[in-house]
Design a protein around this ligand. Structure first.
Ligand SMILES: [Zn+2]
Ligand SMILES: [Zn+2]
Length: 342
């Protein structure tokens, strides 16, 4: 089998390795596709490091090859699956209170959360979910990012009859758009990139606005919301101006979710008095729990969320370096790696 090892920033190489030893309580999966997420891009360009050498990859789909003797449940060879590689301990207060995305052991040594830039992986049964064969495996690779968007929208409680502002029309912004539309929310998308706004409009956004001119931005959002502003806003762009633009148009009682991660630690661009007077609820969301992931898998399987227009390029595993450079170039949506046939 093959894996792509990142040995230092901007140096990733394919190595032949032995097949994983599959323990009795594990499942062997032949990986089909893996998306290149922001995390992989940051690991590759050196903005973030979790040690070397490392095999990146956490947005994967594949097929079950074999099932260990102690695995209980309906998983069988030939099943198409998606991978949710976070290892949740199920015994810490975060896990026991329904927030297993914040599992206190999720970064502990040996907790495998990456590794899917590989042709095969041995995983625990709770790290996979079975999908119907009708769902293309390249679209199934979106289950992980989609589940994070579902968590984000649950955090702000976006619902029918409300207007949501999504700041940033990259892959994650547009995935938020698809989920919000599927649950009947009216959506305004903002971005400084005209092409991305066009794509958002084509994908069904009710209004697209460029926040470069903040006065014009505020006016158009206010006009679209009877001068009240939006009930909820989600920040998917790490430009600090994205969060400030959201706060410009948040209605009294509004909810704001900081979805994006940041390379540094910018302060919240709002004063405490304004939060008090408007009863703003400001929250963050990171990752997803099992329920978010299950919901994402179902939404994809039922055709309620269709993501084929968010796949910009598919590269064979052997061209992983070129694929990462392409993803980093910034003018694309998801770049996927295809693991087989390489
Ligand atoms: Zn991801
Ligand atoms: Zn835990």
């Amino acid at each position: 089998m093959k894996s792509a090892f990142l040995t230092e920033p901007r140096n990733i190489e394919i190595r032949e390795t032995g097949m994983p030893v599959v323990k009795a309580y594990e499942v062997l999966v032949r990986i089909a596709y893996c998306g290149i997420c922001t995390l992989e891009q940051r690991l590759y360009d050196g903005q973030r490091s979790i040690g070397y050498p490392i095999v990146p990859g956490h947005e994967a789909s594949g097929t079950v090859v074999s099932v260990g003797s102690e695995v209980i449940g309906p998983i069988k060879p030939g099943d198409h699956v998606v991978l949710d590689l976070v290892n949740r301990c199920h015994v810490c207060p975060a896990c026991l209170s329904g927030n297993s995305n914040l599992c206190e052991s999720r970064y502990a040594k040996g907790q495998q959360v990456l590794g899917a830039f590989s042709t095969y992986m041995a995983v625990k049964p709770q790290q996979i979910q079975v999908i119907p064969p009708s769902l293309p495996l390249e679209q199934a690779a979106f289950a992980e990012p989609l589940s994070c968007c579902i968590r984000s929208l649950r955090k702000v409680g976006a619902s029918l009859g409300q207007t949501l502002l999504i700041c940033g029309a990259g892959t994650m912004g547009l995935l938020h758009l698809k989920v919000a539309l599927a649950i009947g929310v009216r959506v305004i998308v903002s971005d400084i990139d005209g092409k991305r706004l066009e794509d958002a409009a084509r994908m069904g956004a009710d209004l697209v606005v460029n926040p470069s001119d903040i006065v014009a931005f505020r006016d158009s959002v206010r006009k679209a919301t009877d001068a009240r502003g939006v009930e909820c806003a989600i920040v998917t762009s790490c430009a600090p101006s994205a969060a400030s633009s959201a706060l410009e148009v948040l209605a009294p009682g509004g909810k704001l979710n900081i979805y994006t991660s940041y390379g540094d630690k910018p302060p919240l661009p709002v004063d405490m008095h304004t939060i008090h007077r408007n009863e703003y609820m400001i929250t963050g969301s990171e990752g997803r729990n099992e329920s978010d992931f299950f919901c994402a898998v179902r939404a994809l399987a039922y055709g309620k969320i269709v993501v084929d227009d968010l796949i910009s390029n598919i590269y064979p595993l052997d061209e992983v370096g070129a694929a990462l450079e392409k993803a980093l170039a910034g003018n694309v949506y998801r770049v996927l790696l295809e693991m087989q046939g390489t």
